[in-house]
Design a protein around this ligand. Structure first.
Ligand code: UDP
Ligand code: MG
Length: 167
């Protein structure tokens, strides 16, 4: 069954110039990329993304990490991979959370590190199950930014909606 996974190339991945490399590795999955964008991560978005870790001692540092405050790169690249067993296929290539324990040939094993503050800078995020993927994809992207219909949508007419258009 087709499944979606959210991938984030984290600020350390961007700073280390690993974007091309990571996308090449992920192309081994033969999955389809159905969304891609650069995102400036607000504190609220970072906290919501890692809400399951909010009681951990490293939470504040983790939020700063995702916001790019540790790498002078205030952005992440967000992608949605889609296809058969997407999450399992991506997680296998990405490797374990702790980069020291990750398979050395995995993306995290190849490029991750543990900082002196104890945060795992592991260059990439991938959803861990279908429920988490749905929550994360809805958090990071609007339906119109994804080229397939992943989840039910509704139409909303907003009168006071202000947005930037090309001048
Ligand atoms: N993390 C950390 N120390 C830990 C556990 C997690 O620094 O002991 C960071 C790491 O960057 C990880 C992120 O928090 O990628 C999210 O943790 P999670 O347990 O969800 O692991 P993941 O799904 O990213 O493998
Ligand atoms: Mg996780």
């Amino acid at each position: 069954m087709s499944q979606a996974a959210l991938i984030l190339i984290k600020p350390d991945g961007l700073k280390k110039s690993l974007t091309g490399n990571i996308l090449t590795r992920l192309s081994e999955t033969k999955l389809e990329i159905v969304a891609a964008k650069m995102v400036r991560v607000s504190e609220a978005l970072a906290k919501e993304h890692y809400v399951h870790l909010q009681d951990k001692p490293f939470f504040d540092e983790l939020v700063k990490y995702l916001q790019g405050e540790l790498h002078d790169r205030k952005k992440v690249m967000a992608l949605v991979y889609w296809g058969n067993d997407a999450i399992k296929k991506c997680r296998e290539l990405v490797g374990s959370t702790n980069p020291e324990e990750a398979d050395p040939t995995s993306i995290r094993g190849s490029y991750g590190r543990i900082t002196t503050h104890g945060v795992y800078e592991n260059v990439i995020h991938v959803s861990s199950d279908a429920l988490e993927a749905e929550r994360e994809i809805k958090l990071w992207l609007d339906p119109e930014e994804i080229i397939v219909d992943l989840y039910p949508t509704k139409e909303m007419v907003t009168k006071e909606h202000k947005k930037k258009v090309w001048a």
